[in-house]
Design a protein around this ligand. Structure first.
Ligand code: ADP
Ligand code: MG
Length: 599
């Protein structure tokens, strides 16, 4: 119970200044519920008067008054409840907006690398979905929970106000119903319920996978095997569902519904028991009045119990919603220095850097040190998984080192103002994606204030003239719509134009391994030359031909530097680089040979 309160207070924390409105809504809802119970009292009063004057009904002069009173309170209760919902809805929308704003603000401070592991669509989904789910809780459930509590207290008071024995009979029904509800959701049944809900999630995911896999299934003519995972998920779900609904819920739910709907079943025997003594006491009128009251009143018990069910499920929803929001809010953030320092020059230095990915056992980089002087080009080479991409991502702070430091211009990147660092470092990674907007905007993303002419000249420098020519609206063509898709090599060139426009003094490059065609490749080499000229460059090279001229080559294997030096020295150094270089030349020879054959 304490945990649930915490969750609600977390939610109200997001409400900010709209918290008061939520509380007002909750209060009004309680008032509305209490007002809604007054008509029952009016019924009792009317019944009492009628029975007292029977059979001369004309003497019951107050009846009309009670009727109007009942109407007034019932109607007033509805109006007040509307007002309550108005308050809570207003607060709920603001709170959901606040959650979205705070979530996005939080993500702005998150290291970029975080988005590699958590696709941005997934994060948006979590945040949006979570925020939307809190709306229901804040707009309806909270007010209803408070209203239900007020109603419940009112119900208890009324139960014992007129005749405690009949009240107790009604209460027995309530107790049985609540107890049945708890058996379904508590104890070891809670685990079964969780399993059942998890199986449902798994099934819907497997369904999506299956639909996505249909092209593969068609191409490879697979049949039964492709169904396997999906079929297993469905069967698992149906087993769990049967186990939970059939094994756990059948009896308690039947008991629960019977008790809530059949309060009468308990009232009638109680009345029969009381009747002899009540009648011999002589207060016949009082007895009948009370019975009339409780007979009508039992209906309210059902309503109150049904409301408790809804309130409980509302709380459960809120729990999952908050957990969703929490995955976003608890994303790691980059620390920002209070007194940022300015880099002295455009050199880059790794000092004893160790970095371990979250959840990984071994470090991706271990005690790596190397230096790039301003204007120099350093190449990172080595086998796949050696740690090249990781090292490159530490420079623009996609991640922060676990120990050691990465320095730009003699200053630890953690102490540089993030904006200054962003301005200084341009990166082109293999998986650079273009936004679904015009070419112009895609390139301009690097420097929003750039003019159209500047964008055009950056595109020209990046050898993109042919791309623009073939697009229907030139640089104003929206990429990715109406069949205007660019090939991998073409996208890479647009990404290079973006980096060129940025005009940053430090360039971090992860060279793509496979370009579609030689023509693209030649153009990309040209664009790269423009981009890197006169700048500090850290490049990851997959084709060794591009690293021959580098000022320094760092060979990374299993997160360690195994060799370092210029090409001339390493190529006959007897180490890993020499082997790689020989293999590379062999591969090139084969290519040339097969090319001749084909010609
Ligand atoms: P390279 O670029 O040289 O091929 P990487 O830097 O990509 O190597 O990878 C180095 C090591 O870190 C590998 O063992 C890889 O599995 C691991 N790794 C890379 N990216 C992640 C990530 N986002 N989360 C966890 N481990 C990662
Ligand atoms: Mg890599």
């Amino acid at each position: 119970m304490e945990k649930k309160q915490n969750e609600i207070s977390v939610l109200l924390g997001y409400a900010g200044k709209y918290k008061a409105l939520t509380f007002l809504g909750m209060f009004l809802s309680a008032v509305a519920m209490v007002m809604g119970m007054v008509p029952y009292v009016c019924i009792w009063l009317a019944a009492r008067d009628l029975i007292r004057v029977a059979p001369d009904w004309t003497q019951a002069t107050e009846i009309a008054k009670y009727g109007w009173m009942a109407f007034g309170f019932a109607f007033g209760g509805i109006i007040v409840y509307f007002a309550a919902l108005m308050c809570t809805h207003l607060a709920a929308f603001r709170t959901a907006a606040n959650i979205r704003k705070q979530g996005v603000a939080h993500l702005m401070k998150t290291p970029l690398g975080f988005f590699d592991d958590n696709a941005s669509g997934f994060l948006r989904n979590r945040l949006d979905g979570g925020a939307a789910e809190t709306e229901t809780l804040l707009a309806h459930n909270l007010a209803d929970i408070v209203g239900t509590a007020a109603m419940f207290i009112g119900m208890l008071v009324l139960m014992f106000l007129f005749d405690w024995r009949m009240g107790a009979a009604c209460l027995v029904a309530a107790v049985i119903s609540v107890a049945a509800m708890f058996t379904m959701m508590g104890g070891k049944n809670a685990k079964l319920m969780m399993e059942y809900q998890t199986a449902q999630d798994v099934m819907s995911k497997a369904g999506t996978e299956y639909v996505r896999g249909i092209p593969v299934v068609k191409v490879f003519q697979q049949t039964v095997y492709s169904f396997k995972a999906f079929k297993a998920a469905i069967e698992d779900y149906s087993n769990k569902a049967e186990k939970y609904t059939g094994g756990v819920c059948r009896v308690p739910q039947s008991v629960n519904l019977t008790a809530t709907e059949g309060v009468f079943i308990f009232l009638v025997p109680a009345v029969l028991l009381i009747a002899p003594s009540a009648l011999s006491g002589g207060d016949f009128a009082g007895f009948v009045t009370n019975f009339a009251f409780y007979a009508v009143f039992s209906a309210i018990v059902s309503t109150a119990l049904a409301r408790i069910m809804f309130a409980a499920s509302g709380l459960m929803l809120a729990k999952t919603a908050l957990a969703r929001i929490d995955t976003v809010m608890s994303a790691p953030t980059l620390t920002v220095a209070d007194h940022p320092k300015t880099p002295r020059d455009n050199g880059v230095e790794f000092k004893d850097v160790t970095f371990t990915y979250d959840g990984a056992e071994l470090p991706a980089l271990e005690r790596v040190s190397f230096k790039v002087l301003p204007g120099q080009t350093v190449a990172l080479v080595g086998p796949s998984g050696g740690g090249k991409t990781t090292a490159a991502s530490l420079i623009p702070r996609f991640w922060d080192v676990s120990s050691g430091s990465v320095e730009v211009g003699g200053v630890n990147v953690k102490e540089i103002d993030p904006h200054v660092l962003t301005d200084r470092v341009a990166f082109v990674f293999q998986n650079t994606r273009l936004f679904k907007t015009t070419v112009l905007e895609n390139v301009r993303a690097a420097r929003p204030e750039a003019t159209r002419e500047e964008v055009l000249s950056a595109l020209h420098a990046a050898q993109c003239d042919d791309i623009i020519e073939k697009l229907p609206n030139g640089i104003d063509t929206v990429i990715g719509s109406n069949g205007t898709y660019l090939s991998g090599g073409e996208q890479q060139r647009v990404a290079l134009a973006r980096a060129i426009l940025k005009n940053a003094p430090i360039i971090v490059l992860d060279e793509a391994t496979a370009f579609a065609d030689p023509e693209n490749e030649a153009l990309i080499q040209k664009a790269l030359k423009t981009l890197t000229e006169g700048r500090t460059v850290v490049m990851i090279a997959h084709r060794l031909s591009t690293v021959v001229g580098a000022d320094n080559i760092v060979v990374l294997d299993h997160g360690h530097i195994v060799e370092e030096g210029r090409h001339e020295a390493l190529a006959c150094g007897g180490g890993q680089y020499e082997r790689m270089w020989k293999e590379y030349n062999q591969a090139v020879k084969w290519k040339i040979a097969s090319g001749k054959e084909g010609a």
